[in-house]
Design a binder for this molecule. Structure first.
Ligand code: TXA
Ligand code: MG
Length: 318
């Protein structure tokens, strides 16, 4: 059983697990999180795999304090005011990501924004300070299950998956953080949570818009702002047309004349997921007439890759 009682050495063990690219579950004041080093794309791919998410939803990045947050995102005046009032605490801010942030593209599923939170829980704080890296952590449950508020819940859902589960007892709030998007022209409530909307509206002296409107669906995977290449995608390609770039997976039977990125020559889906968004960007910028995409098996992380490929390929109809 990977459940470990909290002690200095347990926290050091969890920090070492994160440093080597493994996953560690830890308590926050809201719910337990399944953490990975947010700068390590393979570790982040392992989060999606362990949760069994059928698509790449963007993840929250946890940092120890405002200063650490500042390294990764641009803070508007509203963002500063909310951070000052509610951090550390159950508030997540979606902000524009700094271009030089080391946080990998997979964390925000290719978006140019990043969701940041400074948790108030002592164990989470100790872990973040020991780990010395930003920690991507969704709730530590299987996709579609309820969020875990105890170490036993995490173990029931994820079993031996995480390298360890830091046991900090029942979480204080039991409700996820409130997610506010400050990256656009108008502040939006993306997810209601432990801090009521009114408290946030009082600080920023504005009414929050709602995320779920016809032009802004509730599911972030469907947001129009999600990264979609400008270049046309041709899926399930088994041959190459002149002028096409190739997004390959595994052994590729055709010899490409143009640019090629292979998501994983060895056919490893976790490696493919970790390279996916950067690969799309790279091929999108090479000026080809289209990007031919080799078939990716629709199992495990392949399901999320194919979901994103299909939506990128049909973006003009959205
Ligand atoms: O309380 C919490 O927030 C917990 C603890 C572990 O911190 N975490 C959590 O993470 O609930 P998760 O992954 O289950 O939920 C993340 C939420 C989702 O609603 C996601 O769509 C949104 O944050 N989100 C993350 N990054 C985003 C982004 N760049 N743009 C829009 N929404 C984002
Ligand atoms: Mg969740």
């Amino acid at each position: 059983m990977p459940i470990v009682a909290v002690s200095d050495s347990a926290i050091a063990r969890a920090a070492r697990a994160l440093a080597r690219g493994a996953l560690a579950a830890f308590p926050t004041e809201t719910v337990y999180g399944l953490g990975a080093d947010a700068t390590n794309a393979r570790a982040v791919a392992a989060i999606y795999e362990m949760k069994g998410r059928p698509r790449f939803n963007p993840l929250i990045v946890h940092v120890a304090d405002d200063e650490a947050a500042d390294a990764h995102a641009k803070f508007s005046a509203d963002a500063r005011a909310l951070a000052r009032n509610f951090w550390p605490g159950p508030l997540t801010l979606v902000l524009r990501k700094r271009p030089h942030s080391a946080i990998c593209d997979l964390v925000s599923a290719g978006l140019k924004t990043i969701a940041l939170r400074v948790p108030a829980n002592d164990i989470a704080q100790s872990l973040l300070r020991a780990a010395k890296c930003p920690v991507a952590a969704p709730s530590a449950n299987r996709a579609g299950h309820v969020s875990p508020t105890s170490a036993a819940h995490v173990a029931a859902d994820l079993g031996e998956g995480p390298a360890l589960i830091l046991d900090g007892g029942a979480t204080a709030l039991g409700l996820e953080s409130t997610v506010i998007d400050l990256s656009g022209p108008r502040p939006l409530l993306l997810r209601p949570g432990a801090i009521p909307r009114e408290e946030i509206e009082t600080i920023i002296e504005t009414k929050l818009g709602n995320a779920a409107t016809p032009d802004r669906p509730a599911s972030p995977g469907q947001l129009a702002s999600h990264y979609a290449p400008r270049t046309r995608l041709r899926l399930e390609a088994t041959s190459l047309e002149p002028g096409e770039a190739l997004l390959a997976f595994g052994a590729t039977p055709f010899s490409a004349l143009g640019p090629v990125v292979n998501l994983s020559p060895g056919g490893d889906l976790r490696e493919a997921a970790s390279r996916f968004f950067a690969a799309l960007r790279e091929l999108d910028e090479c000026g080809c007439s289209a990007i031919a995409v080799a078939p990716v098996p629709d199992v495990g992380l392949g399901e999320a890759i194919n979901d994103r490929l299909r939506r990128a390929a049909t973006r003009s109809h959205e």
